[in-house]
Design a protein around this ligand. Structure first.
Ligand code: TPP
Ligand code: MG
Length: 584
């Protein structure tokens, strides 16, 4: 028998249950040292040792969720809002497979996440044992790091802290993303932790990553011309971006997720509307693309169609290949905002072309006025009007989660300035799954949060409502109920197919009474009839605190009409300001 050491007094003679418990308590201690604050635990038996260890550590917040898919999106939302990986724990079998969608989103949108799946030990695999599937590399190439350390053993105890600390470093490294720990446990599953292997002094984690890459300012092209900054998702320092725009006399075309929709003359919030119109604005001398691609299809198509002679510099924190248009001339690995801030301070004052930024400003203001005027003419609620109402009702420091489908587009097109509000959207894979739970996770990070979501996306993640009333969050779910997938009415399928076929396959009305659904989960429901009452309801809900659902009913056909009106109105307003290409 191995001699005991001061570090692990009894481990060598420990029974399986106590060994399991000690292993899990060590991982949890190390995760906390590395900055983990939240864990989502889904019920199951094989995961018992880890569930008990997480629940026993008072430094962690533990959120129990019945549904692994919703639970994993909740952990994703926590990671999005905090930058720290949250743990999501499942038992073995299909429970583990339920994490896949959130893992894919975390992978593609670079959100830190610790996916922890319990497993049967090796002798129970591939022999028809119950609830046993192949969990090795279950999430394929979507993880930053996969590890299956085998059932806990005293011999491996000196590696436990390293394993846990590395998981956090891999999840938060460059690029951030999901880590999968597949942990097999032998029975018994209940035990008591023995003294843990010693950690580093003063609560330090076992491994620490060195951060901070040098900022290559020379990457910002010294062009004294008509340049454009395009700010997508993942901008570290929005004010730094705006400072550079000011120094260069360039506009910032700001995606809602960029954080750059600040109240500043160089910030353009209606780029999509401006670029729908052929004008001199559409012909810059240089483009700098910051962060992940913007949501606007028009903006992305415009980038794709630019003359190859126009330099396009892509700046991304991880140097990730973000070039769906395949026309980037330079790819720079740097934090976009930090790079811009340094460039703004260090470059000699450049000065843009006279009137360039002012033209963008005038066009943006004209688009905003046209949107406001068009919507004011509608008495009933409109989907764009609801998007604007939600954006304006959020307090400073609030968070807005937008679902894929029309909500993310309506915010992009029509919400305008979003100063003081952090916008989150699952745009890594654009899924309409897990959206409610993502918003719950964002709200758990502490900010008053609004979710703008369609009825189908809400129904897709009904289980996000499980236990929600008691999670202690301030969250207002604004549901646009157009009884189906409104986005499809904008596609060629809508006119190419017979109406019944279109409704069957795309419109997909469901007839579910969402009020009854919310009430079944103990949530108060406010129904709003117009844009103004939506704003009042969201403000009241966020002021009162807790969880509320604001329901607004709309019509899919009428929604197409109002969008057409808005696009026509902004196009004519922009044209009247910028004129034709030769005018700029
Ligand atoms: C997981 C997933 N399934 C299906 C889709 C395809 N899809 C995109 S939008 C949409 C309909 C969404 O309807 P709703 O949430 O009501 O929003 P609306 O279109 O009415 O604005 C569907 C099914 C998807 N993006 N993700
Ligand atoms: Mg809908």
């Amino acid at each position: 028998m191995a001699a005991t050491t001061p570090d692990r007094p009894d481990l060598a003679s420990a029974g399986v249950g106590d060994l399991n418990a000690t292993f899990c308590a060590t991982l949890v201690d190390e995760w906390v040292r590395a900055g983990v604050t939240d864990a989502v635990v889904c019920p199951g038996s094989r995961s018992t040792p880890m569930a008990l260890a997480l629940a026993a550590d008072e430094r962690l917040r533990v959120h129990v969720h019945h549904d692994e898919r919703s639970g994993s999106f909740m952990a994703l939302g926590l990671g999005r809002a905090t930058g720290r990986p949250a743990v999501v724990l499942t038992t073995s079998g299909t429970a583990a497979a339920e994490l896949h969608a959130a893992v894919v989103e975390a992978h593609l949108d670079r959100v830190p996440l610790l996916a922890v799946t319990a497993d049967r030990p090796p002798e129970l695999r591939d022999v028809g044992a119950p609830q046993t599937i192949d969990q090795t590399h279950l999430f394929g190439r979507s993880t930053r790091f996969f590890v299956d350390p085998g059932p806990p053993s005293a011999e491996a105890a000196s590696s436990w802290r390293s394993l846990a600390a590395r998981a956090v470093i891999e999840a938060t490294g460059s690029p951030a993303g999901p880590v999968h720990l597949n942990l097999p446990f032998r029975e018994p599953l209940v035990g008591s932790p023995l003294p843990l292997p010693a950690g580093r002094p003063a609560g330090r984690p076992w491994h620490e990553a060195l951060a901070g890459a040098a900022v290559p300012t020379r990457a910002i092209p010294r062009v004294r011309g008509r340049g454009v900054l395009v700010a997508g998702g993942g901008i570290d320092d929005p004010a730094g971006v705006v400072a550079l725009a000011e120094a260069l006399g360039w506009p910032v075309l700001a995606d809602p997720r960029s954080g750059c929709r600040l109240d500043h003359p160089n910030v353009v919030t209606h780029a999509d509307a401006l670029l729908r119109v052929e004008s001199g604005l559409a012909h810059p001398d240089v483009v700098v693309r910051l962060g992940s691609p913007p949501a606007s299809k028009v903006l992305n198509q415009w980038l794709a169609a630019l003359d190859p002679a126009v330099p396009q510099v892509v700046v991304d924190r991880d140097g990730t290949w973000i070039d769906p248009q395949r026309n980037a001339t330079t790819v720079v690995a740097a934090e976009p905002g930090a790079l811009c801030r340094v460039a703004a301070a260090e470059l000699e004052p450049l000065g843009g072309v006279e009137g360039w930024a002012e033209r963008w400003r005038a066009a943006d203001d004209a688009a905003e006025a046209a949107i406001a005027a068009t919507l004011a003419a509608h008495e009933a609620a409109t989907e764009p009007g609801i998007a604007r109402a939600v954006a304006t009702s959020l307090p400073q420091g609030g968070a807005l989660v937008v679902s894929s489908s029309m909500p993310v587009r309506d915010i992009e097109w029509f919400a305008g300035s979003l100063s003081g509000v952090t916008v989150h959207a699952n745009r890594g894979a654009n899924g309409i799954d897990g959206v409610v739970s993502t918003a719950v996770g964002v709200a758990l990070a502490g900010a008053p949060t609004a979710l703008l979501i369609g009825d189908v996306a809400l129904l897709h993640d009904t289980n996000g409502l499980l236990g929600l009333a008691d999670r202690g969050v301030d969250l207002c779910l604004v549901v646009i109920d157009n009884d189906g997938g409104g986005i499809f009415s904008f596609l060629p399928q809508a006119s190419a197919l017979a109406p019944e076929r279109f409704e069957q396959l795309f419109g997909t009305p469901h007839g579910v009474d969402l009020t009854t659904l919310a009430v079944a989960h103990g949530l108060p429901v406010l129904e709003a009839l117009d844009d103004e009452s939506t704003e009042v309801a969201v403000r009241a809900a966020l002021t009162a605190g807790g969880v509320h659902l604001v329901l607004v009913r709309t019509d899919r056909a009428a929604n197409v009409t109002v969008h057409e009106q808005l696009h026509a109105a902004t196009a004519s307003a922009v044209r009247s300001v910028v004129g034709f290409p030769s005018d700029v």
